[in-house]
Every structure is written in C-alpha cells, then in structure tokens.
Design a protein around this ligand. Structure first.
Ligand SMILES: Cc1cc2nc3c(=O)[nH]c(=O)nc-3n(C[C@H](O)[C@H](O)[C@H](O)COP(=O)(O)O)c2cc1C
Length: 404
C-alpha cells in the first residue's frame, strides 16, 4: 500500500519508516525507529529528491507508482549518496531507464564505487550555485561537503521555498504518519533524539555545519520548508532549529547544568556520584543528569555531553588505567570534537588509584578547549563520611564555575 504525504502543492513525501533496524549505521540504537525521507516534485518534469535505504525500496516504488500514474520518473537528484539514501538508485534506473541523474562529481564517484551501473544513463554533474529547471520550478544546488559525507549537497527550490537538506536538520525516530515539525511535540519528544542523531553522526564536522549555516542565512527569508532525509519536515519555527544546530556545531552547551557519568563495578563510585548529584540539587542546580557508562550506550552519553556545560567523570581505577568503558566515552568525545566544557573528576582505587590523573591527562592532552576543575574527589574503595567536606567543596566548585 502506498503511503505518501503532501508537503506543499506538487511536492510529496514518498519516503518510508523503519522500525526493524535496531542499530543505525550498525552502531547507534534506534529504539523509536527512523524514517528515510525522499520527496517527489510533480512539475513539467517529475523529479525525485533522493531515494531510500534498500530495505524501504519497495515502499518508495509503490509511493512513486501511486503519484506518477502513467507518467515516468524523469529526474533523480541525489543530495547524499550514503546507502541509507542512495541504495535504491539502481532499482529506479531499471524501472525508469530514461531517468536523468543529477548529483555532484563525488556522488557519481561513490555510485560507481558502490557498484551501481549508472554509466550509460544520462548523468548531470552539478556544483555549488548551478541551477536546473524542471518547468515552473528552478532549483539551485548548494555544496555541503562533510555534512556529513564529502559528496553532500543541498538543493533549494525558490518556487516553493523547499530546502532539501540531506542529512542536515535530520533526526532519529520514525515519523509514523506525522510529517511536519508542528505535528509533533518536538521539544518534548524529539529534541533528545535529534541531538543524539546530530552529535553522533555529524558532530565531528561542526566547522562544516557552521559554513552551511552561513550559506543558509543568505536565503533564510526564502526558506519555507526544510526537508531533511530523516525526521520531520520543518515549516515553522526555523529559528528554533537553527539555534540548536548553531549551538551543537559551535560546541556550545545548550544548558547550564551537570552531566555526571560514572564507571563503577561494585557500586561505591556510583554512590559517590549520587551523593554529588544530591549536593548539587541541594545547592540549587537541578539540571543534573546521572549516567552509568556501563549500561548507557555511548551515543546517549555523547548527546548529553553536547547538551550540558559541565561534565563530571567518576571512574574506578582498572588495571592501573581508566575503566575501559569510561575510556571509550572519553575517546568518543575526542573523536566527535567536543569542546568548551568544564570537567570535574572523581576517582576511586583500592591500592593504586590512577583514574583521576589519567582522565586529567586525557582531557588536557587529547581534547580541545576544556577546563578541568582543580578540586578532585578521591576515594579509597568507598566514600566515607570524613570525605563529606571534599564532596561539598567539589559541588561548590562546580556551582561557582557555572556562575562565571
Ligand atoms: C579487574 C580489576 C582491576 C583493578 N585495578 C585496580 C588498580 O589498578 N588500582 C586500584 O587502586 N584499584 C584497582 N581495582 C579496584 C577497584 O578500582 C576498587 O575496588 C574500587 O573501589 C571499586 O569501586 P566500585 O565499587 O565503584 O566498583 C581493580 C578492580 C578490578 C576488579
């Protein structure tokens, strides 16, 4: 059965929802699913903007057949060649052999690398600023390298104000019938997953996203619809969306608050993390989020690290090192280029406590623009009552640094 939604006159969402894939990119859990968005424009020529994951190809084909009727599909614009969007290209070429493919040079290179038999078809290579007319609609192509692959581009249709934004402005979570941002409670139900999507998938490329935001600013008054490849289409409140993207891509915290991530085998470091959380709340900072790194997928930890201004790392010592899962979290923060955060450290060990010094060294030497508070809470096996003052001092130091 076809399943389409009208975006605006002559433009349709023809994508699909996926609740079967458990790991996006085979790494990030997606318990609430994901959508693969593709859009069909019915002008003098029929134009499809991107395709879908191979698992959703049948749905795309049914949607196209429904809307096209007797018409052929004339053009396919590929904004992004990652297989969750590009995988169905070859099948479309089989069904619509006269299909004209429009993409960047690098996208065509990737199609060939992935083994798609595109040669022999009409291929139109486009670059920044090029335009294409399909009848009443003329689109302009905007290069968006490394947002988040090198071949990526955006396409802007001046006639209806639709910006086909590739992976930019996308989100996890299946649409399940809804399409527009104003049909969901985005801030309540989607923001955390949108941030987790952005920070883990595109987070490393903040400067590239900043460049793209600069380009978008030039046409902001003309953008009526932001049509990403995952998640809702934005037709209102663009300022809200752009503000989030601006913060995330500048590595600026969204909230003055504290993420406490603890690594604990037997519960003593965990107890210290909980005691610190309680002290912070008592002192008036209730924006405190506590996570056990061992049972929280690192993609959620990354999202929270991008959200909060302060991060407390509480780790046991493990074979003279940092607890491996905590080490992995640190490595991921570094890999995703997280910057501009204030850290506080809590360490634990029973005979040779090393985790504090090692975490400090990692942050100082491997990460950029980070501050580590001098106050450190150190414990031998467990936190005893005689450490109450140190605990309080650490909480005060965090509170003070939030005020400055
Ligand atoms: C495999 C293993 C390796 C450890 N290595 C160290 C170590 O190198 N230095 C140290 O001081 N404690 C070491 N410990 C002890 C723990 O860090 C310590 O008991 C800690 O207090 C446990 O805190 P928890 O209750 O939060 O798990 C090790 C424990 C285990 C199980």
């Amino acid at each position: 059965m076809y399943c389409v939604r009208e975006v605006t006159k002559d433009l349709y969402w023809v994508g699909a929802n996926d609740h079967r894939t458990t790991l996006f990119e085979n790494i990030h859990p997606i318990p609430r699913g994901v959508s693969y968005n593709a859009y069909l424009l019915l002008d003098e020529q029929s134009v499809l903007f991107d395709t879908v994951d191979w698992s959703a190809c049948r749905q795309l084909l049914e949607n196209l057949e429904h809307l096209l009727g007797e018409r052929a599909l004339d053009c396919l614009v590929i904004n992004h060649m990652e297989p969750d969007h590009g995988a169905s290209i070859e099948e479309l070429l089989r069904r619509y052999p006269n299909l004209k493919l429009i993409a960047t040079e690098k996208a065509f290179m990737l199609m060939r690398q992935f083994g798609f038999h595109v040669d022999g078809h009409e291929l139109v290579e486009v670059k920044e600023g090029d335009t294409c007319t399909f009848g009443g609609h003329t689109v302009t192509f905007i290069a968006a390298p490394m947002v988040h692959w090198p071949e990526a581009m955006l396409t802007f249709d001046r006639a209806n104000g639709a910006l086909f934004s590739a992976d930019a402005f996308g989100s996890f979570i299946a649409l399940d019938g809804k399409l527009f941002n104003d049909e969901v409670a985005f801030d309540r139900d989607w923001l955390d997953e949108a941030r987790r999507y952005f920070t883990n998938i595109v987070g490393k490329y903040g400067p590239h996203v900043q460049k793209l935001l600069g380009k978008a600013a030039g046409i902001l008054d003309q953008i009526k619809f932001v049509c990403p490849l995952h998640g809702p289409v934005w037709r209102s409140d663009l300022g809200y969306l752009i503000d989030k993207y601006d913060k995330w891509s500048r590595y600026a915290p969204e909230e003055q608050g504290v993420m406490i991530a603890y690594a604990s085998m037997y519960g003593n470091t965990e107890a210290a993390a909980q005691a610190l959380a309680a002290r912070l709340c008592e002192k008036g900072c209730t924006k405190v989020a506590v996570y056990d790194v061992s049972n929280t997928h690192v993609s959620y930890l990354i999202s929270e690290a991008f959200k909060y201004s302060h991060i407390v790392l509480a780790s046991v010592t493990y074979n003279l090192g940092i607890y491996p899962v905590m080490h992995n979290f640190l490595a991921d923060m570094k890999a995703l280029n997280l910057q501009n955060r204030t850290f506080a450290l809590v360490e634990n060990g029973s005979w040779a406590c090393k985790s504090g010094d090692l975490m400090q060294k990692f942050i100082d030497e491997e990460m950029k623009n980070m501050t580590v508070l001098n106050e450190r809470l150190s414990m031998a096996s467990s936190l005893h009552a005689d450490k109450a003052v140190e605990l309080d001092t650490l909480a005060d130091a965090i509170m003070d640094s939030m005020r400055t």
